[in-house]
Design a protein around this ligand. Sequence first.
Ligand code: AHR
Length: 639
Amino acid sequence: MNFRLLISSLALASVSTTFAGTRDISPNLFGVFFEDLNYAADGGLYPELVQNRSFEYSPSDVNWGTNPHNNWYYFTSWAMERKDGICTISLESASPLHKNNPHYLRFKGLTAGPEGVGIRNDGFDGIPVNKGEKYDFSVWTRLVKSPSLPMRVTLSEKGNIISDTTVTISNKDWCKHSFVIIPKADADSASLMIRFMKPATVDVDMVSLFPQNTFKGRKNGLRKDLAEIIAALKPKFVRFPGGCLTHGDGLDNIYDWKRTIGPVEQRRGDKNIWNYAQTFGLGYFEYLQFCEDIDAKAIPVVAAGVSCQNSARKRGTGQEAIPMEEMDKYIQDILDLIEYCNGPATSEWGSKRAEAGHPASFNLEYIGIGNEDHITPAFEERYRMITDAVHAKYPDIKIIGTSGPLDSGEDFDAGWQIARTSNTDIVDEHFYKGEEWFRNNLNRYDKYDRKGPKVYLGEYASWGSKLSNALAEAAFMTGLERNGDVVEFASYAPLLGRIGHCQWNPDLIYFDGRNVYPTVNYYVQQLFGTNSGDKIIDGVFANDVNYASCVKDSNTDDIILKMVNLTNEPKPIAARLPSLKGYDTQAALTVLKGESLDDTNGQGTPGKISPENSGLKVSRNFVYPMPPRSLSVVRIKKQ
Ligand code: AHR
């Protein structure tokens, strides 16, 4: 049949579909999951430009067996800077500036020479700076020998000095020195040098170079371009801080939120389960502030009293459980977290939030307990203890449980079974699959029980960044919308990947020190996030169409259709809408498409695929010719 004939026969056929009215769906369906993986935090969203600023990187952060991070130790990213002078550096811990920041560098300059001697930091693959912008420089020092000392702080790239400031220090106790640096040229890969201009012995810690131009201009804030590209997804929620990072590599590595708040020099860092270190410069306060800034609900996840089952590289069998005698304290920490988020500024933990500059509550509504855990008796016992305690003290907080790492199987069934018989409102599902799986499971949630706990699809992605992957995800997401009465939340994972430092691929957004590179999959997420609704309109498409959805957004009353063509041929799709009285029948059309299903947006190059905007004349019954290999979004605006 030719295309025109097909369209007219579809137009006739569409009249016979049943328009079955509207159903409420989750108004918060699409959001993001942020985990410090792939240098997503330090070297990523947290824009500190000095790497290993407090000399706390440790060889024990790294699993040397599988990841030959060259040179991962207390002086990673640091080097001595000595032209004509003689100096040594050593790592000390006898009297640190704070017990949570135990190591510092002792610098001994025996001779200084005309250029001075000191230390140099090369940041994360070099330090990028912009001409004329302001950067807060700070360093903690303590003079051990020398009454006073000129300290010269220089930014330079390939020998070109782009900022140069000298101050005199004379403090015999730990003291922070701060000033603003304004580079006189752009640099992609500068180095920061701290040189001492006379022979001296001086202790150094917490060296920081931090852009003032952060997201929303916040102090200790977030990297602007990365925060903006996340915000542009219009996520309704942010799940954080992990992932496997949350339940950690063994009990000692379970994410401890209390370590992540307060002055940054007092936050005790930790190893990162993904084989590097976490400084916690990006901590709970910063996460919560970010959620508020982008109008997204915060979904913190805490460990369910057990560590990751892959701890100590024992794949699947490494789960460790917090001893029962320590569970009261662990549960109290979780209750304290909720108080930190929501408690009055006069409460013990609410006052710490107020001290950080946010006396008002962050209005936390959800908490995740556990992350794709192996569902063992030890897990279940602790999960029930935690959920009972949270529910008893905070009955309004909705609890999100877990169903293991796979889309089905023993852990999946056991996780769901526990959820049905405990204080669990929502169950977190995770699956990473081939694109065919997504195409074959567009109806996954059609048969889910509408009376039990709801679903949070907390982590999903097809294995790839090609257009075919993105479209398979898009088609699957129309199924999430059609089932938005049972699927409360969904988030693609992982979110960020620093090029050259990824432990996990694919990721939604790639970046380097200067640029961000959205994948095709990113644009799918963005089109769904910016065109979400809170009602599904059933019966718009013929019943066997499982690659399209139609929602209504009560805020605007706009009607939004999403249609996915996974094939290499144009494909007409018939739509039958409810009355369009009061609507502008000249609709906005946005299409994401490509020349080949294998197209990708690449990493480190500007992408070739991005959404294109145009218009479309619609009527109550219309046939839309879906372009080959495309996601089309039609927004019919209420006038
Ligand atoms: O998203 C990457 C990882 O995938 C998460 O840390 C974990 O929850 C899952 O295995």
